[in-house]
Each structure stands twice: as C-alpha cells, then as structure tokens.
Design a protein around this ligand. Structure first.
Ligand code: GDP
Length: 832
C-alpha cells in the first residue's frame, strides 16, 4: 500500500463503505489507521429535512415545487402553496428535532473520536517507546557481539563489512543476549507490522461503525449530497477553508429568477440549478421560481431568506405617524362631478376666473390639472380641474383618495341623468361628502326644485328638503351663487376638520402626468401631507426622481408646496400615471429600489393577467360557458387626459355578451413592452395620436399584434364597438407593408391632388389601405385612387423608388406628410 492509496481513501470518496478511516504507511513497513476528521458534516447534516423535503416527505401533497410547471391554475397553485406551507411547518418541526438529535449525536461522535484519537496517540507513544527500546537492545546486542568478535579475532576486525556480516549473523540466531530480544519481539513485531491489521483495526472499525451507526443510512445520502456541495463550494472559493462560509441574508420577492437567486446568495448558478434538479425541479437559470422554492434552496446553501414584499420595501415610506400637535388645518380638495353638459367645465372655469383672475397679474392661469382659490372669507380651496368620473375612480383604484368633497353639478333645466347617478354612487363609494350645485339657474326653464325631488329618489336629501346635503343654486354663466357655493364648500370643509402635518416628508397623488417635449416627464402632484421641496428625492408609482423644479397653478416656480397644494413636479425618470402616489424618501437608492420593485411587481401582474386571458382561452371560455366575452385592448395616448377619456369610453362599450377590458393604458409612444403585453393577451394596441416606435412595429409585425392608430375618439369607439360585436366571428388582421414620404403635391385636373412620394420602407401597393400621417398623427385612413410610376399606373412600387399617389375621396395632403401602407387579411379569431 502506498501513501497515495492512503490519500485517496483520505478523500472519503470512493465507494468504500467506510468513509472516515484511512490506512497510512510508515517506515519500517508499518501501517496504521487514521480516523478522518469529518467535523464539517455538522454544517451539512441539520438541514436534510429541509433540503430534501420535497423528495422525502413524498406522502404529502405539499407544494412539491418540483411538480409545478408553468401554467397551472391559481386554485391549483393556491392548493399547492397551502400544502407546501403545511408541509414546511411540519418540516421545520422535524428539522428542529432532527437538528437537536443530530447535535447530540455529533457531540457524542466528536467525544468518542477524540477518545479514540487520544487512545491511539497513547498507543503510538508506547509503540515508539518499545521500538526505541528494541533498537537499544539491538544496539547493545551488537556491541556485545562486536566485543566478542573483537576478542576472538582482534586483528582485521576493523573491516566494517565484516562487522556488518557478523551483526547480521548475530541478530539472526544465537546465544544468551538474543534470547532476551526473542522475548521482546513477539510483543513488538505484531505491533510494528500487523498491529493495525487485525485486533486494533477491527476494534477501530467497530468503533467507527458505532460512531457512524447513529446517522445510519437515513442521513447518508442527503449528507453525501451536501458534502459534495460543500466540496464544490470550497473549490469555488479557492482551496481555502470551506468552514469560512459567509451566511448571507438573501432577499427574495414573491418570485425570483434562478440566476438572480444565485447571485444574491453569491453561489454559482450551476450549483443552484443542480440543487433545484436534485429537488426534482427542472429549471434553467433564466426561469423564475417562487419564494417557497427559493427558501428551500437558500436553506440548502446555508443562507438565510429574507422575504421582501411591498410592505418590506415600502416600509421606509409608511413608518411615520403624525403627532397631534404637528397637525395643521389644510385646504379641502374638491372634485366637480355630474352629467355631461350639465356645466362642470363651465363651473370650474367660472370659479377660477372669478377668484383667480382678479388677483393675478395678467390673469392667465395655467392648466395643470388642479388649482387653488381663496374665498372672500379667506378660506383656501383646491379644485381638481379634471372633471369626469374616470379620473376620480381611476385615482381611487390606484389607491389615491384625493378628493375631500364632491360637488355634484345638476343642470336645473334638465334632470338627474345616468352620469349624475354614477357620480352619486362614486361619491358614496368613496365616502366623500357631497354638495349639490344646481346649475344653469339663469335659464328660464330652470326648475331647481325638480332637481331636488329627483335627487330624493337616489337617496340624496338636500337641505332644502330637510336633509343634510347642502344645495346651492348657481349659474356658471352669470356667476350667480358662486360665492354661496364656495362658502358651502368652506363650511363642509370645516366640518371635516381636515388636517395635515406640513413638517414631514411629503406624500401626494398624481393628478395628471405627461411627457413634455421640452421638460421631460412632468407630473401634477397634489401634496396631501408634508411639504414637497426642491431637491427632495421621491418615488411615485413605478417611477422615481429628484425634484428639479416645482411649478404652481399660476405658472410660478416655487421652492416648496405644502398640504393640499397642487404643483407640477419636474425631475422624474419616467411618466407616472394619474392616481400614482408620490412619497419622499431619504435616499436615491431607496427610491430606486421601491420603484424597481413596483415595476417588477406590475410586470408580473400584467404578465399573469395576460397569461390568464389569451384570446384563445378567452374565446374557448366564451364558447364553453357562454358567459361574457371580453375584448382586451391596450391604450396608448399622447396625454393622460385622452388616455383616461378613452378608457372611460371603452369601459362603457359592451353588452350582455361582450365587454371591453383595458389591460393597460398609458402616455407616450407604443413600445415593445406594450406589444409584449398585447401579444400575451391577444389584445390589439390602440394608439391615440401616438405611433409605435420602429422596434415595437417590427415586433408587432412578427408577433401578429395589431396596432391601430386613431386621432378621433368616436372612430375608436365605433371600431371597438364593431370589433366587440364581431368578437366571436372571423375577423381581419392588418399588416404593415410600407411607408412613403410625400415630397411634393401637384394638382392634376380630373384627378385632384397627387402626392409625389418616395417609398422609404417596404412597398407601396395600389390595392392596399393607406393612412396619412402628419407629425406622427393619423389624419386620414382610406384607399388609393391612383399609384403611378412616371406616367404609368402600376400595382406596386418598391422601397427607394419614387411614385405618385392620390387618395380616394381625400385631398388634404401636404409635403412631408407620411403615407402608411397596410393590408388587411381575413383571419379567424383576430380583431379588426
Ligand atoms: P360639462 O360637460 O359638464 O363640462 O359641461 P360644460 O361646462 O361644457 O357646459 C355645457 C354647456 O352648458 C355649455 O354650452 C355651457 O355654455 C353651458 N352652460 C354651462 N353652465 C351654464 C349656466 O350656468 N347657464 C347657462 N345658460 N349655460 C351654461
């Protein structure tokens, strides 16, 4: 046996059933057994319960993350998650018990090992002593022998060879002294050579077996796996001490991509993937796993999981409660609601002009979505300048309860109308007090009392009918009753005792937001608590930023804005959405972290929503159970106001069979992300006065996602209505085929205006549909009357070539307009 062999065994690998025992050889042909230090098992063993739980406790239906392929139903997921949780609770118990047992066992093992080692050390020392003694004896014997030889043959005895020969002979046999050695040797020899073979080794083996017996086969396989991991990690960390493991707190959101998990644990991706595979989960590094599975993995690697949720990340925001003494009265925030044409806008304008114009130099107020006025009594009121219920509800839906008081406008010459009722319901749902403004009282046909009685039917009992809802007769036209209205508002506000703490970090709600060409993303924020200052770092919805400038409703730059004050905020990294909540935080890192978290969460939510309602599934479902079919759409518009108006209009479309569902809406160009979402849900993308950027257009073409451009809301509504009613039949898909730029416009008799064009992309086709775009806005859609190459009428003109085009029934074409050429093909189950 060579040292090498010994080392190999030392590695505790090999199928040898006795890890931990090693034979080493020494000089003089002796060998001995060494117990291999296996302390690091301690790291490994306590976890098996957790680590292999998925496999071992197989009787439990538990999450078995292994068996969770994508695309299982929510209920199923729920059931599994619940089972997983229960199983995990059990495991935690088991693991704790096991850990305690294991600890005790380990302690015992260590103690015995130390004993064994001590014993062996003592043995070795004894051996050494004996050996020394034997050598000493031999030496003495030699000396005696030599003396004898010298005595017998005194002359040539100095020859060393002869002396050696004599010695050899001497040790081999003979005389009185050797007898003593003979007596010694039987004891010594077996020890020197074979001592480790039989008696002692077998003893040790028994001991080892005893030592290991405790763990038995039960833990070995799991332990083996972990040892292997430990070894790999040790290797990865350099040949350094594997014990120097850094235990990390690993932040895990609801789901995490495998590679990111590895990254956060500072482990190798391959190890993590392998580990997942051992649990029966075949995933790649780019796939996401849920937090429960991640927890198993993290435990397996010996780290600690820190679950991150909204609450955790956003803790920094909600942590402060205002002390009573810090609270100061604040202005009420008022929203004007009512049926279309009952005079909401006129009333808002009348109030603004009556109160603002007089005081302000120039008198021009800027529209930022909200404004403040001071009543004659000095009360400050903040009006939301975004009439319409969509704004109100969409804000509420996004968690921003902005409005303190609703002014319900009802025209005195009309009656309570559907939207009046809607407004009443909204106000009631939001538990916001209402004030009824009976408008158009200047008209001869005005009948305010009819309005009052009408309202009774909807459980709105005004003061004049002995109720507690204030009612004021006004005229936006003449200004009659405006002051009374403002007074009523101020009174209501006093009752509400609205307070805020101007001294704390600001929070507020986005009233309007848009991408301004010159100034970048701009959001009008109504500060709700605290004071927003220039330089503040904030997070708003999925965006964040640092206040670069604040502009008030009069268009002035201000340094700060307190509670109930609307301001335009500049310095955002992206455009938030109306209703998004703004919070000032301490550091950019916090702001970014929260914004990123929200973005991811939103993405996942959208993806989940998309996955659950692909057009196919929707159709299948609609057919199967004959419930309401939904037409999903995505809306992008040039300004928030349009987007919201569209959403509102869309939500109204629908009957018992079909309904339109706006998956997402926003401001700005149509991007690849939009296309992705649309594709996932089988939804068309509606561009209202915005275009898709090139990459989005390409992706849409590839994926067959329909993009439709509109600049007139009614067209959009009509089209969607048509699509909705035709949802269940075969439909038509549109393909973009080319772009042409108008270079010049000629008048041709009998034909009308003809555009001299250059085809810049794709082809121009005579039979195709065309759209005329001016400044990225669609201004006409129709067909071609003529497509000419030089003097000839042609069917097609390729990219890079010039041609003449004229529209059927449309003449308003100018140089620099762009003609978009598209074709429609009939496809089953798509939308027109
Ligand atoms: P909104 O759709 O509720 O915003 O209503 P508007 O403010 O656009 O008003 C609709 C129409 O009613 C406009 O033609 C206004 O001029 C008119 N109007 C609004 N208020 C009054 C009013 O007090 N008296 C009269 N005579 N007409 C009014």
């Amino acid at each position: 046996m060579s040292d090498n062999d010994g080392k190999k065994t030392l590695g505790v690998r090999g199928g040898g059933g006795r890890p931990g025992q090693v034979k080493q050889s020494f000089s003089h042909g002796r060998t001995k057994n060494v117990v291999v230090e296996t302390k690091r098992k301690r790291v490994v063993v306590p976890k098996p319960g957790a680590g292999t739980a998925a496999g071992r406790t197989s009787g439990v239906p538990k999450g078995d993350p292994s068996k969770r392929p994508a695309g299982i139903s929510d209920a199923e997921m729920d059931r599994r998650l619940k089972a997983l949780k229960a199983a995990k609770a059990r495991e935690v118990e088991d693991a704790a018990k096991r850990e305690a047992e294991e600890k005790a066992r380990e302690e015992e093992r260590r103690r015995r090992r130390e004993e064994a080692e001590a014993k062996e050390r003592a043995e070795r020392e004894r051996e050494e002593a004996l050996k020394a003694k034997a050598e000493e004896d031999a030496r003495k014997l030699r000396e005696v022998e030599e003396a004898k030889v010298r005595a017998k043959a005194p002359a040539p005895a100095a020859d060393p060879a002869a002396a050696q020969a004599a010695e050899a002979r001497g040790t081999g046999k003979t005389s009185s002294a050797p007898r003593k050695t003979d007596r010694e040797q039987p004891k010594q020899q077996p020890r020197g050579k074979g001592g480790h073979n039989d008696g002692r080794r077998s003893g040790k083996l028994t001991l080892n077996q005893a030592l290991r017996g405790g763990e038995g086969g039960r833990h070995r396989s799991m332990a083996a796996m972990k040892r292997k991991q430990d070894r790999m990690r040790a290797k990865a960390m350099g040949n350094g001490e594997p014990r120097e493991k850094v235990v990390r707190d690993v932040k895990v959101p609801e789901t995490i991509v495998v590679s990111e998990l590895a990254n956060r644990m500072a482990e190798r991706v391959a190890d993590v993937v392998k580990s997942l595979m051992n649990m029966g989960m075949m995933v790649t590094q780019n796939q996401a796993i849920d937090a429960d599975t991640a927890e198993l993995i993290i435990e397996e690697f010996g780290h600690k999981i820190v679950r991150v949720s909204d609450a955790d990340v956003e803790d920094v925001i909600h942590s402060v409660d205002d002390a009573e003494e810090d609270l100061e009265p604040r202005a009420p925030v008022i929203t004007i609601m009512g049926h279309v044409d009952h005079g909401k806008t006129s009333l808002l304008d009348a109030i603004r002009h009556a109160k603002v114009t007089a005081g302000e130099a120039g008198g021009i107020t800027q529209h930022i979505g909200a404004y403040q006025v001071t009543t004659d009594d000095g009360a400050l009121l903040s009006f939301l300048d975004t009439p319409g219920h969509a704004a109100f509800t969409s804000m509420r839906a996004r968690g921003a309860q902005v409005t303190d008081i609703v002014v319900l406008v009802v025209a005195a010459d009309d009656a309570v109308m559907p939207q009046t009722i809607e407004a009443i319901n909204h106000a009631k749902a939001a538990e916001v007090p209402m004030i009824v403004a009976i408008n158009k009282c200047d008209l001869p046909a005005a009948n305010p009392d009819k309005v009052r009685t009408d309202l009774l039917q909807h459980e709105v009992v005004v003061e004049k009918m002995s109720g507690d809802v204030q009612d004021v007769e006004v005229s936006a036209q003449t200004g009659q009753g405006l002051d009374d209205l403002l007074e009523a508002i101020a009174l209501q506000s006093e009752v509400l005792e609205l307070k805020a703490n101007p001294k704390r970090a600001a929070s507020g709600a986005v009233i309007e937001a848009q991408l301004d060409v010159g100034r970048g993303p701009v959001a009008t924020v109504l500060v709700q608590n605290g004071t927003l200052k220039r330089g503040d770092i904030f997070v708003v919805g999925e965006q964040w930023g640092k206040v670069r400038a604040l502009v008030n409703d009069k268009g002035d730059r201000v340094e700060e804005a307190g509670p109930s004050q609307p301001v335009e905020v500049l310095g955002l990294n992206g455009t938030p959405e109306a209703g998004d909540v703004l919070n000032v935080v301490d550091t950019e890192a916090q702001a970014r972290e929260i914004a990123e978290y929200r973005e991811d969460a939103a993405k996942e939510k959208r993806a989940a929503a998309g996955a659950a309602t692909t057009l196919e599934q929707m159709m299948a479902k609609a057919k199967a159970d004959e419930t309401v079919a939904e037409l999903p759409i995505l809306v992008k518009a040039d300004v928030q106001g349009s987007a919201e108006a569209i959403v509102q209009a869309m939500e109204k479309i629908g009957n018992d069979e079909v309904r339109v569902r706006v998956l997402h809406y926003g401001v700005g160009a149509i991007t690849e992300t939009d296309i992705g979402l649309a594709e996932a849900s089988g939804a068309p993308v509606i561009g209202f006065n915005v275009r898709a950027n090139t990459s989005a257009r390409n992706t849409a073409n590839q994926k067959g996602v329909e993009i439709r451009y509109y600049s007139v809301i009614y067209d959009l509504v009509d089209d969607v209505k048509a699509a909705a009613s035709g949802l269940l039949s075969a439909e038509v898909r549109e393909n973009f085929i080319g772009y042409a730029q108008i270079k010049d416009v000629f008048k041709v008799s009998n034909v009308g205006k003809v555009a001299g064009c250059l085809v810049t992309e794709g082809v121009a086709r005579r039979s195709a549909g065309v759209r005329l775009l001016r400044d990225n806005v669609v201004i006409h859609e129709g067909t071609l009357k003529t497509l000419k190459r030089f003097k000839d009428e042609v069917a097609e003109v390729q990219s890079g070539q010039e041609c003449g085009m004229a529209f059927e029934n449309y003449d308003d074409i100018r140089a620099n307009d762009v003609i978009e050429i598209f074709e429609r093909e009939e496809v089953e189950r798509t939308l027109d």
